[in-house]
Design a protein around this ligand. Structure first.
Ligand code: F6R
Length: 602
């Protein structure tokens, strides 16, 4: 979603800001803008569409200012127009501001400011902040920002500059990430570490309600903070020879899975070691119910987790869409823990759901990929995915990592309860084999590419699976629709006959996930039902199953593993299928239309 980059130092600010914005743009955006202070005055330029459109407008501007702000916007309040793009400014064009988040009480504030004579030029909630700061400005920018923010309800990460108090950037946050990178005598303010990582690894993460003042000769955040090393590798933000981040991230799953598992499996003891849960280990022994909350792909991971946790740990588990959790009035008691799953750790609905759970006094846990993100800060304990930076908008390696962490969590909780040492050893050993098995799945990627070529002109798809692979049917359909804009539905194979089967004909192919597991026979019956209605079928089966070739023409094989771990393997051909379908249909697979990597609005 929206991204902020600010620069203050001795270099030309513009190329540094543009490069930072490019590195943030993977989150999804629809317009961009930049403001720079220079001797000749202030230059503020905006463009709709791709960042290249902004760059084209900057070409003949001869920009050389050493302080500036940039922004990529994902529209919420007001359409995709230059007027609504950031930076925004006040009546006197003294204050320039970029903002991520939502000002919930903007309408009331706007009305009051209009009554006081302020003139607005955009439809955004953000512009209210400029006029509010203008209202309090008496020559000192941080003072004006501090006073203005007292009146604001909502979420924000902001960076502000003023022509009448130049040579400083004031930055502030509430529930929207913001960090300040330090590189000798230059500072970079950004909403995403990817924007600073090529210039410096030293950074301070702003905490909620903190206001930072960043000037060449001084930097303070009300209380002193020591710069920490950012835990990402600058190489992660590159495509590494692949045409798209999505393909790179699919292909690196053997490594990302190994990273997720590193140091966490004790095969001899049949245990999982999860350092992030140490402080709540005893409390977890008492837990009788788990309520998983998540959105999108992370929600599908939670659904797989439900099957694992109930089957092996014997813990009754519910999975809720974070956006619906608060409306359900869930029954939460001292024996319940709420577990949030989120790649970004910044998803507004998931954050709101955790806050709701905390309000009710229950233990909150997180499975999160982004280090230091908001969810890691507000939950009581949790487990990091360590899957590395994920840039493609579609979640791929973060999903398999979420499944791996859920399998570790299941082992951990199951061994606290009834699971035997022998079974614990068996599960731990098999989890440890998964990165190797993923390599075997990836070897078949040329076959999946051929299948995508063969099926690329179909405009509807059905995905079916049962038990552990029911959520994978949903995930396969989500991946295909978001990447290739092809209509696709995921369905429990048993549920199909209650309605969805009406869609099936020779133009409506089905991908049937049917590994050799406890529901295999039932899946075969469902495949027969589709065949009888002339529906084309691609089956995903376990290596060695030759019999299935008598039933369907197109078969994708995956290696044998424990039933609970099959989803980690079965989802990968579906990620590849969505990717190759998207490429074949000419879609922007890394940045699908209308989507954002981190959904920071409810
Ligand atoms: C789909 C996808 C989204 C996210 C969802 C939650 O490919 O990426 O459905 O899974 O927006 O995001 P996180 O995991 O960051 O909370």
């Amino acid at each position: 979603m929206c991204g902020i980059v600010g620069y203050i130092g001795k270099q030309n600010a513009t190329p540094i800001i543009i490069e930072g914005l490019r590195r943030e743009s993977y989150r999804g955006y629809d317009s961009s803008g930049l403001v720079v202070f220079q001797n000749e005055g202030v230059v503020c330029i905006k463009a709709i569409g791709k960042l290249e459109n902004l760059e084209a407008k900057l070409l003949n501007q001869n920009l050389n200012g050493t302080i500036g702000l940039g922004h990529v916007r994902w529209a919420t309040h007001g359409g995709v127009t230059e007027e609504n793009a950031h930076p925004h400014t006040d009546c006197k064009k003294n204050i320039f501001l970029v903002h991520n988040g939502i000002i919930e009480n903007y309408a009331a504030l706007k009305e009051k400011l209009i009554q006081k004579g302020h003139k607005f030029s955009s439809e955004t909630d953000t512009e209210v902040l400029c006029h509010l700061i203008e209202n309090f400005f008496r020559g000192n920018l941080e003072e004006a920002v501090r006073k203005a923010l007292q009146y604001v309800k909502g979420t924000y990460g902001i960076a502000v500059i003023s022509r009448q108090d130049p040579n400083k950037i004031v930055a502030a946050r509430l529930s929207s990430p913001l960090l300040i990178g330090f590189n000798g005598d230059e500072y970079i303010v950004a909403s995403d570490p990817a924007a600073v990582i090529t210039r410096t690894k030293k950074a301070v993460n702003l905490e909620d309600n903190e206001i930072a003042v960043i000037a060449p000769e001084k930097f303070f955040i009300l209380k002193e903070k020591t710069p920490q090393d950012l835990e990402i590798d600058s190489g992660e933000a590159e495509k590494g020879g692949y045409p798209h981040f999505m393909l790179k991230e699919i292909m690196e799953q053997p490594e990302s899975l190994s990273d997720s598992l590193r140091g966490r499996l004790l095969v001899e003891e049949g245990l999982a070691k999860l350092g992030g849960l140490k402080k709540v280990e005893d409390k977890l022994r008492e837990i009788e119910r788990l309520n998983i909350i998540a959105c999108g792909t992370a929600y599908h991971a939670g659904m797989v987790g439900e099957y694992m946790l109930e089957e092996y740990a014997g813990i009754s588990t519910d999975v809720d869409l974070a956006s619906e959790f608060r409306y359900r009035k869930p029954i939460l008691d001292k024996k319940t823990a709420v577990l949030a799953i989120s790649q970004s750790g910044e998803t507004a609905d998931t954050i709101a759901a955790i806050k709701e759970a905390k309000e009710k006094g229950v233990m909150t846990l997180g499975i999160v990929n982004a280090i230091g993100s908001s969810i890691t800060k507000i939950s009581e304990a949790g487990v990091y995915n360590h899957a590395g930076l994920e840039i493609g908008v579609a979640a791929t390696k973060s999903f398999t990592s979420q499944l791996a962490v859920l399998s570790l969590l299941t082992l951990f909780l199951a061994r606290q309860r009834q699971l035997s040492l022998v079974m614990g050893q068996r599960i731990a050993k098999e989890i440890g084999r998964i990165p190797e098995l993923i390599k075997q799945v990836l070897i078949n990627s040329p076959q999946i590419k051929e299948l995508a070529e063969k099926y690329k002109n179909f405009n509807n798809f059905l995905f079916i699976g049962r038990k552990y692979n029911f959520p994978i049917a949903l995930e396969g359909a989500l991946k295909l629709k978001e990447i290739s804009y092809v209509h696709s539905e995921g369905c429990g194979a048993g549920e199909m006959k209650h309605g969805t089967i009406a869609l099936i004909d020779e133009n409506f192919p089905t991908i049937a996930i049917c590994p050799s597991d406890s529901v295999y026979e039932k899946m075969i019956s469902n495949i027969q039902e589709i065949k009888a209605r002339n529906g084309p079928i691609i089956a995903m089966a376990t290596e060695g199953n030759e019999e299935i070739k008598n039933l369907v023409k197109d078969v994708i094989y995956i290696p044998k593993t424990l039933e609970m771990l099959t989803p980690i393997l079965s989802v990968i051909p579906l990620q590849l299928f969505a990717y190759y379908m998207g490429v074949a249909r000419g879609c922007d697979v890394d940045k699908p239309r209308n989507l954002a990597k981190s959904v920071t609005v409810e």
